[in-house]
Design a protein around this ligand. Structure first.
Ligand SMILES: [Zn+2]
Length: 69
C-alpha cells in the first residue's frame, strides 16, 4: 500500500476574512494575529461608531430673545 503523502485534512478550512489567506488554527479564523487585530479594531470601531442619538436641544434654533425686547 502506498501511503498517501501528507494530506492535510482540514474540514471546512476557511480563508482569513481579512486577507483571504489560509487561516491558522492558532489565530482562527484569521491567518495571523495582525489580521485578528485588524478585525478586532474594525469591530470596536463599529461598536463605538454607533450614531449617538442627539437630543432635540441641538436641533432647535437658538432662542433669539433679543427680538421681542
Ligand atoms: Zn489574514
Amino acid at each position: 500500500m502506498t501511503a498517501a503523502p501528507e494530506a492535510p485534512r482540514r474540514p471546512a478550512a476557511r480563508p482569513c476574512p481579512i486577507c483571504s489567506k489560509m487561516s491558522l488554527a492558532e489565530f482562527h479564523p484569521f491567518c495571523s494575529k495582525r489580521c485578528a487585530d485588524i478585525d478586532l479594531s474594525r469591530w470596536l470601531k463599529g461598536v463605538y461608531a454607533v450614531p449617538a442619538v442627539e437630543t432635540d436641544d441641538d436641533a432647535l434654533p437658538p432662542a433669539d430673545d433679543a427680538e421681542g425686547r
